[in-house]
Write a protein that binds this ligand. Structure first.
Ligand code: B1M
Length: 212
């Protein structure tokens, strides 16, 4: 029977066909979609990050691993999204300006959809003005900013500044991504920080609770 560690290795080494096969097999064996994400796929990308840091692999290998992960997420997405929940709130998500990483952002997006929110995903490299325009257009209650590079943390800070300066009533801004911490979130005036997709769901529920 397939093991979670095999899926971790397949994604870390960018083996697309094996990633897809193992995802299907592990699902058939009774693993939940979220356990495949948290216990196999995310650890696979962490291995890739470590190897890149040690100069053992380079951008093309990172890209190939990211493609394998995305293919697996295509299978898991419909399963993660609960069917038939009528969205109560609209939330916006995107990766900040200058940053092209989207796998973590896509995971948050999926989990928020699964939690019953209507999600408007602005993609990557999103300017502060685009976030604001989307929030106004969709009358959103929550905006999620993702950043994976230390060099794009200033863009996150600027986006929070622009969104807060606009003074849109009831609009909350939450942040996350590998280099982001609670301390940084507090410093830039964000309403919340989540370290991972599960916490991002809890955070959104907490901030959007009627009493909030
Ligand atoms: Co990039 N990259 N990359 N990369 N890349 C990192 C982030 C890096 C840490 C690798 C390393 O050196 N170890 C490093 C950043 C170093 C730093 O800033 N300190 C790095 C670098 C340097 C770069 C380039 C500059 C490389 C170059 O060109 N020389 C370049 C920058 C391009 C750009 O954005 N302008 C670059 C490019 C790329 C690829 C295009 C090849 C590819 C991205 C493909 C894609 O996303 N479509 C890529 C990849 C794959 C990575 C690593 C290996 C994996 C990222 C990932 O998808 N992780 C990454 C190393 C690493 O993170 N270990 C790395 C899996 C994902 C599920 O996790 O995105 O962290 P993550 O999301 C998590 C949490 O962070 C959190 O929840 C998610 C689920 O748990 N989270 C949120 C994320 N957003 C959130 C928002 C929230 C809440 C939680 O609320 C709204």
């Amino acid at each position: 029977m397939a093991e979670l560690t095999e899926l971790t290795t397949a994604v870390a080494t960018g083996q697309r066909a094996a990633t897809l096969r193992l995802t299907q097999e592990l699902l058939a064996a009774g693993h939940t979609p979220s356990s495949l994400v948290e216990r196999a796929l995310v650890p696979g990308m962490a291995i890739v990050g470590e190897q890149f840091k040690r100069n053992e692999i380079f951008v093309p290998e990172m890209l190939i691993a990211a493609r394998a992960m995305k293919e697996a997420l295509k299978i898991l997405e419909p399963l993660l999204i609960a069917a038939g929940i009528k969205p109560k709130y609209t939330v916006i998500i995107g990766t900040v300006q200058g940053d092209l990483h989207d796998i973590g952002k896509n995971l948050i997006s999926m989990m928020w959809r699964g939690a019953g929110f209507a999600v408007v995903d602005l993609g990557t490299n999103v300017s502060a003005e685009r976030y604001l325009a989307a929030a106004l257009e969709h009358q959103a209650r929550l905006i999620g900013l993702s950043a994976l590079l230390t060099t794009t943390m200033p863009a996150m800070k600027e986006t929070v500044r622009v969104l807060k300066a606009a003074g849109v009533p009831h609009l909350r801004v939450v942040v996350g991504g590998a280099p982001i911490t609670q301390q940084f979130a507090d410093e830039i005036g964000a309403d919340g920080y989540a370290a991972d997709a599960g916490s991002a769901v809890e955070l959104a529920h907490r901030l959007l609770a009627p009493a909030a």
